[in-house]
Design a protein around this ligand. Structure first.
Ligand SMILES: C[S@@+](CC[C@H](N)C(=O)[O-])C[C@H]1O[C@@H](n2cnc3c(N)ncnc32)[C@H](O)[C@@H]1O
Ligand code: SF4
Length: 351
């Protein structure tokens, strides 16, 4: 048995303001600090659609650090206690530790985390630690240099990511989460090597089903390797057993190597959707609030922020969006929803 699921106690007023139409509470905020990326992963930002001269958001369009901090305070007042910085590639945003420091000091925020492709991390990891960053998730789809190169759109070097992992360990960030998006015929045959590398390290590899987020990646269901299939392949080599969730609404199903060599997470948004407990809101780099990975439109918070809205007004806006939330896209996935062309791209809201 795993640890008991912790329960947070909040005032009745606060609890009421945080519930969506399905009774789900607002707890986590993912903040995309930039929409640019130095990689072109085919499942997220394919090179042919995002060439080097692609026009991303301009500096004035992106929220400034003070604006992000102000919104984070508003969200904390509505019950958010976990923040995750993401992108695009968040380490392309200059002075990221400055933002981390201010966010980590917000009353009610007890966890500031980062998701990164790791390519630029080694140089910044000590400053991030010192600024109060709590946890890091590093994306790494394969150890094979050629496949890695291809899966970063010809831009990344797996050695940089492995060096970043060592640097993050030294800086005190272990255990890390290692995100691996599995695509059939591309890297699924290399998953066992990846697991073998991290067995016994304490780091948790999370195997993510290739998702139909956005419309630029030409997603096809036959390219998804369902977690059950992957689990069977892994268990044929290393027997596994299931673990209890750490907390309600946890995205990954937790499994462990029976020989004690560590844990694996399975994120099965396609084969076993998990909208039921979803507590995450997402803020794009230009200040739009999205309530689902598969949303079409976001609520513009940047305009009220820049035209003098006070905190109570901003909180009212966010609360109203959350209260009206009814999303359960993954569970309701169908040909009709797949055909929608208005779905926000992953690099805009950061996963
Ligand atoms: C959008 S990225 C942003 C942060 C950073 N650039 C990185 O790659 O870690 C966040 C996470 O989303 C994952 N991701 C992107 N597109 C995906 C897709 N179509 N299906 C599943 N996961 C995806 C990435 O692998 C990464 O772990
Ligand atoms: S998954 Fe991350 S690293 Fe890859 S293109 Fe998207 S934002 Fe960049």
């Amino acid at each position: 048995m795993g640890a008991p699921i912790p329960v947070r106690v909040e005032s009745a007023d606060q609890a009421a303001s945080q519930l969506d139409r399905r009774g789900r509470r607002l707890r986590d905020l993912r903040i995309s600090v930039i929409d640019r990326c130095n990689f072109r992963c085919p499942y997220c930002m394919p090179e042919d659609q995002y060439p080097r001269d692609h026009e991303f958001l301009g500096k004035a369009e992106r929220l400034r650090f003070e604006e992000i901090e102000r919104l984070a305070r508003v969200f904390a007042g509505l019950g958010v206690h976990k923040l995750r910085l993401t992108g695009g590639e968040p380490l392309l945003r200059r002075e990221l530790p400055v933002l981390v420091r201010t966010l980590a000091r917000i009353p009610g925020i007890d966890d500031v985390a980062l998701t990164t492709n790791g390519s630029l991390l080694a140089a910044h990891v000590d400053a991030l630690r010192e600024a109060g960053l709590g946890r890091i998730t590093i994306s790494l789809d394969t150890l094979d240099p050629g496949t890695f190169r291809a899966m970063s759109g010809g831009r990344g070097d797996v050695a940089d990511v492995l060096a970043a992992i060592v640097a993050a360990e030294r800086a005190g960030f272990a255990p890390l989460k290692i995100n691996c998006v599995v695509m059939r015929g591309t890297n699924d045959g290399q998953v066992l090597d990846l697991l073998e590398h991290f067995r016994g390290s304490g780091h948790i590899v999370r195997l993510i089903e290739y998702m139909d987020v956005g419309t630029c990646n030409d997603w096809r269901r036959d390219l998804v390797v369902p977690s059950a299939e992957l689990r069977a392949r892994i268990a044929a080599r290393w027997p596994l057993h299931e673990l209890d969730p750490n907390y309600g609404g946890e995205v990954a199903q937790r499994w462990a190597f029976a020989d004690g060599a560590g844990e694996i997470g399975f994120i099965s948004s396609v084969s076993e959707p998990f909208c039921g407990d979803c507590s995450r809101a997402r803020l794009s780099a230009d200040g739009r609030l999205y309530t689902c990975l598969f949303a079409g439109t976001g609520c513009d918070l940047r305009t009220p922020l820049r035209t003098g809205a006070d905190d109570a007004t901003l909180a009212g806006l966010v609360g109203a969006v959350w209260n009206a939330r009814d999303d359960r896209y993954s569970e309701a996935r169908s040909e009709a929803t797949l055909a929608r062309r208005d779905r926000v791209e992953m690099y805009s809201i950061g996963g």
